[in-house]
Design a protein around this ligand. Structure first.
Ligand SMILES: C[S@@+](CC[C@H](N)C(=O)[O-])C[C@H]1O[C@@H](n2cnc3c(N)ncnc32)[C@H](O)[C@@H]1O
Length: 250
């Protein structure tokens, strides 16, 4: 039997045999769909993704209202979560930074945010180029699930948070009941077929349902957050639990 301490729980795209290969495969996957990522995101989620980013930003209204706050949006992709935080912050204007390891995704974020004060950094969420205790809020939307090592991801978030700082992890879940059954048909059959057709790339939209299935259920994820050292860990389901927001404090 394998030693549980040596078993890394994280994203495992097909063909990736270790965390380094998994990270590389994830980066290549998002880079390959970057040109059509936004269009497909909105289409395949029936635009509900906008509502989820908005709700997440609203959940952190208090931190965003402080002009001196420093905010990091990890795995920012084409920037929609960071843009939602920016809009929520309004004139308080805290410093908001987005980080992602896919250059192509960041390029789109830059184009979309040209008229804002948002800043973007090319960086791996598991090895962030920031000093300890640099941020008051670290958010991440639909990115954490793609990390090659979830516990290392939580540790790195905790490291860059200031004492009292907050973390918000928005990601997909698996709804239960009748809604869950209907959703599974959509998510596992229709979405991969349509996503593959429209993106012209075969891997990513098949990987998506597999990665959600592999991602810890809320109870396990909350245990991992507590073990990492987060206080007041909580999960709030969005839209029948199709998505949900994990929160915790340093
Ligand atoms: C599903 S997209 C989410 C993008 C955006 N946050 C959103 O809500 O649309 C996941 C993003 O996570 C990024 N990502 C995955 N693993 C990463 C890592 N280890 N370091 C930095 N970015 C990562 C990918 O490049 C991709 O842009």
């Amino acid at each position: 039997m394998s030693d549980p301490k040596t078993v890394v729980l994280g994203a495992s795209p097909p063909g990736a045999s270790d965390p380094v290969a998994a990270g590389r495969a994830v980066r290549e996957m998002f880079t390959s769909i970057a040109p059509r990522y936004d269009l497909l995101n909105h289409l395949l989620s029936f635009n509900i993704d906008r509502l989820w980013w908005h709700r997440t930003a609203r959940a952190f209204a208090e931190a965003l209202a402080r002009p001196e706050a420093r905010v990091l949006d990890l795995c920012c992709g084409t920037g929609d979560m960071a843009l939602a935080l920016y809009r929520r912050a309004g004139t308080a204007s805290p410093q908001i930074l987005g980080a992602d390891f896919s250059h192509a995704m960041l390029q789109r974020a830059r184009e979309k945010s040209a008229k804002t004060r948002l800043r973007w950094v090319e960086a791996d969420a598991l090895h962030l180029p920031f000093a300890d205790a640099s941020f008051d809020l670290v958010s991440t939307a639909f990115g954490f699930r793609n990390l090659a090592d979830y516990d290392a991801g939580l540790e790195e978030i905790l490291r860059v948070l200031r004492p009292g700082g907050e973390c918000g992890i928005l990601d997909f879940g698996e709804p239960r009941g009748l809604m869950g059954q209907l959703y599974r048909i959509y998510f596992k059959r229709i979405l991969p077929a349509v996503g593959t057709l429209l993106s012209g790339v075969s891997g990513p939209y098949r990987y998506l349902p597999a990665s959600v299935e592999r991602f810890p259920q809320p109870k396990e994820m909350l245990d991992r957050m507590r073990q990492a050292g987060f206080e007041g860990a909580s999960w709030k389901p969005y839209t029948f639990g199709i998505a949900g927001l994990y929160r915790g404090k340093k």
